[in-house]
Design a protein around this ligand. Sequence first.
Ligand code: DO4
Ligand code: MG
Length: 278
Amino acid sequence: MRLYRTGNGPYLEHDGSYYRVPEHSWDALVTHDDLRGYLQSILRHSQSVADLRTEHILAPIGNQEVWAAGVTYYRSRSARMEESKSAGGGDFYDRVYSAERPELFFKSTASRVAGPGTHVRIRSDAKWNVPEPELTLLINNRGQIIGYTVGNDMSSRDIEGENPLYLPQAKVYDRSCALGPCVLITPETLPTTTPIRLEISRGGTAAFSADTTLAELKRAPASLVEYLFRDNSFPYGAFLMTGTGIVPPDSFTLQSGDLVRITIDPIGTLENEVKQGI
Ligand code: DO4
Ligand code: MG
């Protein structure tokens, strides 16, 4: 089952048919005692409706905070070590990759999140920028993973590489995070064969593309959630981005007008245009 947040309230998709969800509060859905049971009863008792208009689809977020895990893939560890070498920060990334405690950082409030089909931003004082395609967990207020969405952790590599203490500025700014297009509601852990694909096009031609799978993710999602919820409460639940396994070559930086497409097959494709300084 896939849950969409739209300008006309939430919709449920199952086997290609769409259903309206009577509960309009996204926060009430995320914190529902039995969200799957509630959604399954909608499938049993209501008629399907016409297809969703894609322009009505919003980021699947209410009052949830967005957090992110870092250096959870070997590729990210190597890229971080390289970009921060001259600042003397390389060793930290190597150590956090193999440490028991993961790197978790605050990524976004809902107001900074871009929905599908809208634009993400490059901050105006950054010169080296990339998207980070990340499987993103939706966790209820009781610390249970209730679903999965696609996330883009937009990042300024020059700012982060200059000094690891600049991480919040490299990561948190207006429209630095995209989520969507929906939440896959499932009690199952996603298989390690699940592919994550990043495609960046510029002026209609491919500028970069790459794939990874969840087999490369070093940490179990449940363990990341357990750390996030230690001594930390989330009355509306939270999103947790699980880190990137794809980093374009060092010669690559995003430009205004680029189109970023991130596909995680059982969930869908999140597509956003990039703008700088707007
Ligand atoms: O340590 C910096 C953040 C890395 C990150 O966002 C990632 O690995 O996805
Ligand atoms: Mg990231």
